[in-house]
Design a protein around this ligand. Structure first.
Ligand SMILES: [Zn+2]
Length: 106
């Protein structure tokens, strides 16, 4: 999502799922506020919200955006994701790819 999505989504449940860091487990949290650069998300019921790049968030009740939606064969896979998995998904004609733009780290 982008900052505007996050701003409109304060109070909604989101999933943190950084495409660029597939080894990180998804985390669920709630957007508590949005600055001019970050969404602040209270993860796991914690009081302290963490500044999060909105590009790494998606609403829990909406399809993943900015990454990819896995086909049935791939979405049933469990266990840790790896760079090799990403390569496999990218090569799969049935996984739906959404253009992904790297977060601007500057
Ligand atoms: Zn697939």
């Amino acid at each position: 999502m982008d900052l505007d999505d996050a701003r409109n989504g304060v109070g909604r449940t989101v999933i943190y799922s950084p495409f660029a860091e597939p080894d990180i487990d998804d985390e669920t949290g709630v957007i508590t506020s949005v600055s001019d650069r970050y969404a602040f998300v209270a993860y796991g019921g914690q009081q302290q919200a963490k500044a999060t790049n909105p590009g790494d968030l998606r609403f829990a009740d909406e399809p993943r955006s900015g990454a990819m939606t896995l086909c049935a064969a791939h979405s049933v896979r469990s266990g840790p994701r790896s760079p090799a998995d990403l390569e496999e998904w990218k090569a799969c004609p049935d996984c739906v790819k959404t253009p992904w733009e790297p977060a601007d780290g500057s």
